[in-house]
Write a protein that binds this ligand. Sequence first.
Ligand code: ATP
Length: 358
Amino acid sequence: MAQITLSNLAHTYVPGGAHESDFALKTLNHVWEEGGAYALLGPSGCGKTTLLNIISGLIMPSHGRVLFDGVDVTALPAEKRDIAQVFQFPVVYDTMTVRENLAFPLKNRGLAMPDIQARVALIAEMIGLESVLDQRARGLTADAKQKISLARGMVRESVNAILFDEPLTVIDPQLKWELRTQLKSLHREFGHTMIYVTHDQVEALTFADTVVMMHEGRVLQMGTPESLFETPAHTFVGHFIGSPGMNFFDAQIEGCDAMIYGQRIPLGRRYKSLSGRTQVGIRPEYIQFTKEGGLPAVIKHIEDVGRRRIVHAEVAESLVKVSLPDGYSFDTTMDRIRFNPDKINIFVDGWRTEGEAL
Ligand code: ATP
């Protein structure tokens, strides 16, 4: 396993591209810790695969360097980087049995047969392939084939990193949940440095200890799933994370109050005078209905989403979503909403700004 350093890294696919908009990956500087479980999360086209392929050596970056444990590997081709990679679609040898498929990367590296057998048996058990070990890959379902790809990615003990590029895309939804959990426990058990690319926040938040949230070639935030939820660094992160995402209101910030549509909303922190577009961000989970105070809200409709209900309401010309836990009762005389002051985030021109404790 390796610590991965990305130093002044940037990439453009445009020959001679020099303008910022030419860059699929804008300059970034990061150190990813040895043994960490990272998810690269963001919408289609934000640069996740570009970054992953630079780390694996499939793409030579236009600028900057990649270091594994302090050693510059920027010019090393993929096969010399000692990494394992799992792609969106299964890559398996159809004529081999599942056992032979899993053993292949180990045989290639000259491991002794008893070690190969033990390792293959262990990984097959953890990914749920024991019952098909002696079947040929050809006749198996797409799900089973992708499990073989995942197992092959995990089978080598000494790799610098394991990279996953949307590996659960072809997997049936029920099995997806199971495999996500299995990948997480494989990480706990073996402690490999793992990087997992996905546009699905549930996958990212369940798998990763550190989520790297990308947008338009830029890393907007790198942090724990909790920090992306509670203190998103940018309004985009607030929108993208959560179901539904964060609510935003244009507001004037005056010390420890926000003025929204002429109503004074208390904040949990104090802010110095702010210039630019200032917004209050509040998660649907941190809004309550009330009879007094807060902001007047007109309920438009209520959506049942299993263990919660999502209330869609209008506050002046803004739409707001409120997430109510099971069993929460409210009556129609509760026609105002209140925000939990400690859960309010303040954004200036899209970026979160930190206030002082009261
Ligand atoms: P997706 O989830 O759709 O794969 P992504 O977040 O992985 O998206 P990338 O595939 O890294 O994003 O693409 C980032 C940007 O670079 C996009 O604008 C894309 O069109 C562009 N791009 C990617 N590969 C190439 C290429 N080989 N040549 C030219 N432009 C490319």
